[in-house]
Design a protein around this ligand. Structure first.
Ligand SMILES: [Zn+2]
Length: 384
């Protein structure tokens, strides 16, 4: 399991240089990027009109959780004791925070708005949850869509297993009576023994992503509110592979580190979370991420030889401390795991960029002449 300290360190590590690199790349004018490697293509040029491509990226809507995946996912969750909801941080960021809005008494309304924004994939105003239609005079409202019928943290674990966030009554830091949104858990061996050490939460106060016990203890009444909206988002057992899009560099970034994903989305460094993820394998063939600060680009490969060659060339360094960024669901002979889906790779010589997708329609469409992408076949296998 990942300790609190490790989570915090991991969220910080690599982030600053990456952002710095991307900003540096953004500062370069079109055509000024100097291709440094064979892979980054001699003909690499930044082209201005990417509108056609943007239209083709996945929608920000959460992926509906297929029934068939539910049992497997639950089993996997129990196996690792860690599960995160694969929500769209851009939708949640759109809700705002208590601090940013000055509505410092509206914590429960914010929590409900954040939770329903996760479930719907689009930002909802916290004022929608004002019980008397006026959150200024009746803050921290009650709301029919969220029930307060439990005090048991095990129910929070089960809600997250079912793809739903839960809202937990806590005390400390922001207020002696405060609410936070649980969107994941870690290190749970037995749900009945769960504590705030196990809950990964969003604090509506300032939008911080926390281990709940970093700031809070349980409130005396221990009340927990559960969504009754009927929706759900795709959970991943800590192995969800998330995709972001950078509007300045036109690059997609892939990571299995939810903290990195969420941090980049809220960093204001031009990243937009695409709310898209696939479930990575727990093991199999390791996929590494390389970063070129001169080009402001990342590259993904499971080919150790390719990695060795690239790292020997100017500009490319192993990202993520040289550790795998995710795994491909295949054995050493290239046989896909049962139920795995193919992640395809395309290359755009004009952009000098690769693109990964498991959407066969996107894979086919981008290869049309007007979009300029060349199909490169299977890159990896994803689970689910
Ligand atoms: Zn308010």
């Amino acid at each position: 399991m990942v300790s609190k300290a490790a989570l915090a360190v991991r969220a910080r590590k690599g982030l600053a240089p990456r952002i710095a690199g991307l900003l540096a790349a953004a500062a370069l004018s079109a055509g000024a990027l100097a291709p440094a490697t064979a892979l980054a293509a001699q003909e690499a040029q930044v082209v201005g009109d990417l509108a056609a491509f943007n239209v083709l990226t996945d929608s920000a809507a959460p992926i509906a959780r297929a029934d068939a995946q539910e049992a497997a996912s639950d089993a996997l969750a129990l196996d690792t004791g860690t599960l995160l909801l694969c929500y769209d941080p851009a939708a949640v960021a759109g809700v705002g925070t208590q601090v940013s809005t000055g509505h410092t008494s509206c914590c429960l309304a914010f929590c409900q708005a954040i939770g329903d924004s996760m479930l719907t994939g689009s930002a909802i105003s916290h004022t929608e949850y004002a019980y008397y239609g006026d959150c200024a005079s009746n803050p921290c409202a009650s709301y029919d869509g969220w029930e307060d019928d439990t005090t048991d943290l095990a129910d929070v674990i089960f809600e997250i297993d079912a793809g739903r966030p839960a809202v937990v009554h806590v005390a400390g830091y922001a207020s002696s009576s405060h609410w936070v949104v649980a969107y994941g858990y870690q290190g749970v061996a037995d749900p009945d023994e769960a504590t705030l050490d196990n809950l990964l939460v969003i604090d509506p106060w300032d939008g911080a992503l926390l281990v709940a016990s970093d700031r809070y203890s349980r409130h005396g009444d221990g009340v927990i509110r559960l969504s009754t909206s009927g929706g759900s988002v795709t959970p991943s057992n800590g192995l969800g592979v998330y995709r972001l899009y950078n509007e300045v560099t036109s690059e997609h970034l892939y990571t299995a580190d939810f903290n990195e994903y969420a941090s980049l989305v809220v960093s204001g460094a031009d990243w937009r979370g695409e709310g898209t993820c696939w479930t990575g394998a727990k093991d199999g063939v390791a996929v590494y991420r390389l970063y070129n600060s001169g080009l402001g680009l990342h590259h993904y490969t499971s080919d150790l030889y390719e990695m060795e060659v690239l790292v020997g060339q100017e500009g490319w360094v192993p990202d993520n401390d040289g550790l795998p960024i995710f795994y491909s669901a295949e054995d050493a002979w290239g046989n896909a795991a049962e139920g795995a889906s193919t992640v395809y790779r395309l290359y755009n010589p004009a952009l000098g960029q690769h693109h990964l997708t498991r959407d066969e329609n996107e894979y086919a469409t981008l290869a049309l002449e007007q979009y300029g992408w060349n199909q490169e076949g299977k890159a990896f296998y994803a689970l689910g």
